[in-house]
Design a protein around this ligand. Structure first.
Ligand SMILES: [Zn+2]
Ligand SMILES: [Zn+2]
Length: 434
């Protein structure tokens, strides 16, 4: 529900020529924020012969400061309405997390009438809510060996039905400040740390490590990972069984958040990555998955959003998308138009942990099935086909939860006649703790 707040301020003539701040409180979980202000800027004189003289008697400047003391933006007296959004802000203002806490309105008393002036600030807060967002966590631009600029790639992604895109050029940082602000698409800063012995995506921060990327010893490599972790990057072990660059470092000795089990088209190397992940799950680990097209340019096998990672996020901000990914609130489909999944157990959704005896059943709903698609429930002990689609359509089922462990969903499809079925969707598990 929209929340509003009004602040009144009286500025004395003696304050003319000075700057000061007016605090306000940003509520928790705000998705976007708009501030409008008004005051008597012009004095209108007596009308004679149809002419109204107008004198500028007050000029009040505005800016915003976030709780960490940073200037979010300033626009003089030019704009009387400013919006800070999750993907786009009013020009002159940054896209920043709308952190709960004390923010400041910067007030500049440039010109004040001899009698002083009343200024009214109206604040609107739009709260976050859970929604499904589709995107690609692994892409390359002209910054390395891709062929599109960030702007071209972003517009390409929107036309493919994607809501977000991580820019992960080889050993090239893609800082958020350099991104175009395009309504409808979230651009996530990142870098693909690209080493002869393995690749890793560091997402969400402008500069995950300060030193140059090359390393010649496992300790030096561990230093880059430690530095990325310290700087708040989300760390992905990329394409562990890639035909050209498998991940040869011992990932058990490195800090990481996710495994890229699906890189580009589904094939042997990805199936092996799914197998590795499944083994880790069966050993009791809780590791979220991520997919990415590794898009460089269109070819027969590579499309943007192939695969697409679908996240249940509280807002389209880059922070909330990464929070959702790290929490495992995600599943991967082969393309932006692939099948969709809703999977819950009580109040838990995919990626969550619940005590197994506290939930009676899991609820699984898959849409966008084609004839012959199989919906599989995969647990530690194996895979069970819940349903084979007799025609295109959707499928929903409640299943009892009878033991601890984990349960995840896969949809398998025959993409080409004569070729064995391949995953069209793979979800994170719900973990049923003992
Ligand atoms: Zn790579
Ligand atoms: Zn790549």
């Amino acid at each position: 529900m929209q929340q509003t707040q009004t602040l009144e301020l009286f500025i004395e003539p003696a304050q003319m020529g000075s700057y000061f701040t007016l605090p306000f409180s940003m509520p928790v979980d705000v998705e976007s924020f708009t501030i409008r202000y008004n005051y008597e800027r012009f004095h209108l004189g007596d009308t004679s012969n149809g002419f109204t003289p107008r004198t500028e008697i007050n000029i009040i400047d505005i800016g915003l400061i976030s709780p960490d003391g940073r200037q979010v933006g300033a626009s003089g007296s030019n704009k009387t309405e400013i919006t800070l959004g999750p993907t786009v802000s009013t020009p002159g203002f940054a896209v920043v997390p709308l952190t709960q806490g004390t923010w400041q309105i910067m007030v500049g008393a440039y010109k004040i009438a001899p009698e002083g002036v009343n200024v009214t600030y109206e604040l609107d807060f739009t709260p976050k809510h859970l929604r499904l967002l589709k995107g690609d966590f692994h892409t390359h631009t002209l910054g390395s060996d891709g062929i599109l600029t960030v702007d071209e790639l972003a517009r390409h992604a929107m036309r493919h039905g994607l809501d977000f895109l991580a820019i992960t050029d080889h050993n090239q940082f893609a800082p958020a400040v350099a991104f175009p602000q395009i309504p409808g698409i979230t651009l996530i800063p990142g870098v693909e740390w690209t080493h002869y012995l393995g690749h890793s995506n560091f997402l969400g921060v402008d500069r995950p490590y300060a030193r140059p990327f090359p390393t010649n010893t496992p300790d030096e490599a561990a230093d880059r990972f430690a530095s990325a972790r310290e700087n708040g990057a989300l760390i992905v072990i990329n394409h562990p069984f890639d035909e050209d660059v498998p991940f040869k470092f011992d990932f058990r000795t490195l800090p990481f958040d996710c495994i890229e089990i699906w890189n580009g088209p589904m094939r042997e190397s990805n199936l092996r990555a799914v197998g590795l992940w499944h083994t880790l799950l069966a050993a009791g680990k809780k590791i979220p998955i991520v997919g990415g097209s590794d898009y460089h340019r269109d070819n027969l096998f590579q499309i943007l959003g192939g695969p697409t990672t679908c996240v249940y996020a509280m807002s389209p901000s880059r922070e909330d998308i990464l929070v959702a990914l790290k929490a495992g609130h995600a599943y991967i489909t082969f393309a932006p138009g692939g099948p969709t999944l809703e999977y819950t157990a009580g109040s838990a959704m995919l990626g969550d942990s619940v005590h197994w005896a506290d939930v009676k059943k899991m609820h699984i709903a898959v849409d966008g099935l084609l004839v012959g698609d199989k919906v599989n429930l995969v647990t530690r002990t194996g895979s069970e086909t819940l349903f084979t689609a007799p025609a295109a359509g959707s499928f929903a089922i409640d299943r009892p939860v009878t033991e601890p462990g984990f349960a995840r969903i896969e949809v398998h499809r025959v993409f080409l006649p004569g070729v064995p079925p391949l995953p069209a969707l793979i979800s994170n598990p719900i973990y049923f703790d003992a």
